[in-house]
Design a protein around this ligand. Structure first.
Ligand SMILES: C[S@@+](CC[C@H](N)C(=O)[O-])C[C@H]1O[C@@H](n2cnc3c(N)ncnc32)[C@H](O)[C@@H]1O
Length: 208
């Protein structure tokens, strides 16, 4: 139970000082941030959404493009931390940070050019509903970038913490691709990388 709570406090719903430090300095997540910013960079006139934003470090980098953003997390502490880290953007109205669940996003239909979900999807209890939600909030032609841990990462994470590994899913990239298609998204790029894990970029069709 204590370890279960530790997984929550450290990763699934981070909180307190530990959560602050881990997601203010998410060093292990940098390869995924770099990869996504290279493959699907936000542009100045984009409206982007990030689901499972943690401490707001990826969003801070994305906002450097000049885009507008919405960051969502189900951890109240992460909502506070991401807001504080990006307080200039929040104050100027370029960024909104909201408490919400990936399977029921607090956002309107067809309202974002790009959506991002990094190092969080493996915790979402209903992956298909979460992808359907990300598809729902994208404009026709909008794109989703998803970075998540592949099956190859499981032994290494289990060596670090069996409890952590058993609280995550390690989805094969083909499964992600199937879920994208079911949600009306067409995969444009998918690959498994040694440092960032699975990357999939998918585009919403005109009638999804
Ligand atoms: C491992 S952290 C990663 C944070 C950040 N994306 C990064 O790469 O550093 C996972 C984040 O996903 C959030 N999260 C997990 N399940 C969620 C859900 N069902 N809905 C919204 N956020 C969720 C957690 O609260 C946490 O902030």
């Amino acid at each position: 139970m204590i370890f279960g709570n530790l997984v929550d406090r450290a990763a699934r719903r981070p909180s307190g000082l530990l959560g602050y430090l881990l997601y203010r300095f998410p060093l292990g997540h940098r390869p995924g941030f770099d990869l996504v910013l290279d493959r699907l960079p936000p542009e100045a006139d984009d409206r982007i959404a990030e689901i499972g934003c943690g401490g707001g470090v990826f969003m801070r980098r994305a906002l450097m493009s000049g885009c507008q953003g919405l960051a969502i997390d189900h951890s109240p502490d992460m909502v506070n931390n991401a807001s504080r880290l990006n307080h200039h953007a929040v104050k100027s109205g370029r960024l909104e940070v909201l408490h919400g669940d990936a399977a029921q996003l607090p956002a309107s239909d067809s309202s974002f050019d790009k959506a991002y979900c990094l190092n969080a999807f493996f915790f979402f209890p209903d992956p298909e509903a979460s992808i359907a939600e990300m598809a729902r909030i994208l404009k026709p032609g909008g794109r989703l970038a998803l970075v998540t841990s592949p099956p190859e990462f499981e032994p290494q994470i289990a060596r670090f913490s069996k409890r952590m590994a058993s609280s995550m899913r390690f989805d094969a990239i083909e499964t992600l691709d199937d879920w994208m298609r079911t949600a009306g998204l067409e995969t444009e790029e998918m690959k498994t990388t040694p440092n960032a894990g699975n990357l999939i970029i998918a585009r919403k069709g005109a009638v999804a």
